[in-house]
Ligand binder design. Sequence first.
Ligand SMILES: [Zn+2]
Ligand SMILES: [Zn+2]
Length: 303
Amino acid sequence: MDWNLKILGSGSALPTNKRKLSGQLLNTQYHSFLFDCSEGIQFRFKEYNVKFFSINRIFISHFHGDHIFGVFGLITTFHMLKRTEPLFIYAFKGLDKVCEDIFKLTNTKLEFELIFVYLNDDRDKVIFEDEHIEVHSFPLKHRIPCCGFFVKEKLNHLNLNKEFLENNDIPLDWLSRLQKGEDFVKNDGEIISNSKITLPPRPLKSFAYCSDTSFFPEIVDSIKNVKLLYHEATFDNEHQKDAINKLHSTAEEAAKIATLANADTLLIGHFSSRFININIFKEEAKMQFYNVICAEDGMDITF
Ligand SMILES: [Zn+2]
Ligand SMILES: [Zn+2]
């Protein structure tokens, strides 16, 4: 099944009429993950008619307000909707204490558990894993500690070649072993290579979220061959000095990362509110990478 990414906000720092602040919802067949959670994000779920009750994990890249101020409102909305399922929040240490204080102050007694998983930005590490996917966090380079996230699908099982099965007598108890990649051993000892029995695996899906970072090629190893790469592009080339001073990236730098990482598609966003027209971002990114999408609020990307 395809994955879908919904853009809930594509601007940085100051909201405009056209662009709200950071938030992206990734839906896979089995998961609903929210990456960053800017102010008023629950209104955008309503505005775009997006089901959000099933969000089970929220990943917060860093503690700048344009990435975090929506957490409290969203949790309160879950509470009002009588959520009972636990909610996992991946963030640097400290948010748990702030949530505790806010909900105490507002006399909100949550009926569901908030489970905080602390990030740290010292190295690439697996922060969540199940039978379908794994999620890594890895350090970005920003003014305060900041992590990117990489979600990658796991190869569960190989599909069997029907034609081969029809023409050969394969005992039932062998089927799951073959799907796991074993070669088939016939009763007479002859070995049939797994590649003749199974179909080549389809390319695995993956998504990387690189929010708020200066140009930082050290991340490339963490996101190699990613299918959809989101990388911030706050400025155009004319404002490169601002990018350097504020530890953000230009569109062209984001595209250089996409090339180095051998990404399939580059999605850029977190555009500075000073830009009304963002065509220049696409033009400059395309000088380095061929397949570029500029994020727009409400956009869906299926991959
Ligand atoms: Zn930001
Ligand atoms: Zn920031």
